[in-house]
Design a protein around this ligand. Structure first.
Ligand code: FE
Length: 231
């Protein structure tokens, strides 16, 4: 009798445990199903962050052109390298900071920067005269398309709005410029773009004349600081 009672109790315990196991199983499956659902977006967002490698490339572009003259608290700098004027300069360009015109083909480019003296002091009212080929690599030699001069403000700052110049035979992408502090020697130079294959084969190209370039939703943003003699 006593044994029968114990047996009955054990059977009852087994029934309860079995019931608990069978009801727990679907709950576990459901939760393990829902786990991947939660994990998938997490994994997706991780892979989005891993697509930050292009950002890393952009920042490496930045660092390749962090040779902004007079940057990082420098108190002295060499004057901007002078290179050939080339055959397409036209005197008396109009005074304007934007060379963009309606319907002009090409990628918009905004270049900003400062003009400094060799002690890294900003030069106000310095002349900057820019000229360049259009997006197809063609100069306007009868008019003033993509030609213009301007003067730095009181902080030595300038802004040029234009388009990315196209390639033409024998040359990589470049923008011509003449820079001059008031009553001082005029410097003739050119600005170049990082990551252009043709830079390697261009005899005028020089690393020190590379723009610092960033891609924006509105084209390219470039930076370059000039250093000019002031006597
Ligand atoms: Fe040119």
């Amino acid at each position: 009798m006593y044994r029968k009672t114990i047996f009955s109790i054990l059977m009852a315990i087994c029934v309860v445990v079995f019931a608990a196991c069978t009801t727990a199983t679907p709950t576990t499956v459901a939760s393990s199903d829902s786990n991947p659902v939660v994990t998938v977006p997490t994994a997706a967002s991780v892979s989005e962050t891993s697509t930050l490698s292009p950002t890393a490339e952009i920042s490496s572009n930045d660092s390749s052109s962090t040779n902004l003259a007079c940057g990082n608290g420098s108190t002295s700098a060499s004057t901007t390298l002078e290179v050939t004027e080339g055959p397409y300069f036209t005197a008396n360009s109009p005074e304007r900071a934007s060379l963009l015109e309606d319907g002009m083909p090409g990628t918009k480019l905004v270049v900003t920067g400062y003009v400094y003296d060799t002690h890294c002091q900003p030069v106000a009212n310095a002349l900057l005269d820019f000229w360049q080929a259009d997006a197809n690599g063609v100069y306007d030699n009868s008019g003033y398309t993509l030609r213009g001069h301007q003067f730095t403000d009181a902080n030595g700052f300038y802004t040029l709005t234009t388009v990315v110049p196209g390639l033409y035979t024998g040359r990589t992408e470049h923008i011509h410029v003449k820079v001059q502090a008031p009553n001082s020697k005029l410097i003739t130079s050119q600005l170049f773009f990082p990551g252009i294959t043709e830079n390697d084969g261009d005899r005028i190209f020089d690393q020190s004349l590379l723009l610092s370039i960033q891609q924006t939703s509105d084209g390219l943003q470039g930076e370059f600081n000039f250093v000019v003699p002031t006597s």
